[in-house]
Design a protein around this ligand. Sequence first.
Ligand SMILES: Cc1cc2nc3c(=O)[nH]c(=O)nc-3n(C[C@H](O)[C@H](O)[C@H](O)COP(=O)(O)O)c2cc1C
Length: 161
Amino acid sequence: MTSFDQRDFRNALGTFATGITVITTTHNHAEPVGITVNSFASVSLDPPLVLWCLDNDAYFHDIFANCSHFAVHVLHQDQEAVSQIFSTKNSSKFNSLDWEMGEFGSPILKDCASHFECEMERQCDGGDHVILLGRVTAFKTHKDKPPLIYHAGEYQVLKIL
Ligand SMILES: Cc1cc2nc3c(=O)[nH]c(=O)nc-3n(C[C@H](O)[C@H](O)[C@H](O)COP(=O)(O)O)c2cc1C
């Protein structure tokens, strides 16, 4: 049991600005699935490891928790609509997007800042989320555009000081 207000806690966490990613994988070796995620973080250069956190109640929880590979796409500032597509229950998420099947079996969105193809390395309990650690097997930078930023529950753009 926590002694503080959940809304205050969320608001405090929201003061930490993040980028926005879309994580994709393939269901039953055929159906592309994806989810908008801002809990992505780099972990290690050698070995090359990244992590993200998956809500235990997410619609795609079982698919991602059981996948052997996934791809992380970093969105650029013109891709707020892509973030919105992958944060809804819409079933035709990939229809309006340019994508191809990656070398390691994960769908790759073409117009994003960069993508990282990963093998599932390990999973750890993270309370109401599960922490997924991925080993990067390939990556590519696509667009030299500023990232899409998420801060205090709003999409924002980067201001260079
Ligand atoms: C900006 C943003 C960041 C999100 N970050 C995460 C995340 O880190 N982990 C997660 O499991 N869901 C995250 N979500 C929620 C999922 O995108 C969303 O739950 C999922 O795509 C579909 O919703 P459903 O699981 O309720 O069907 C985020 C949503 C938004 C809009």
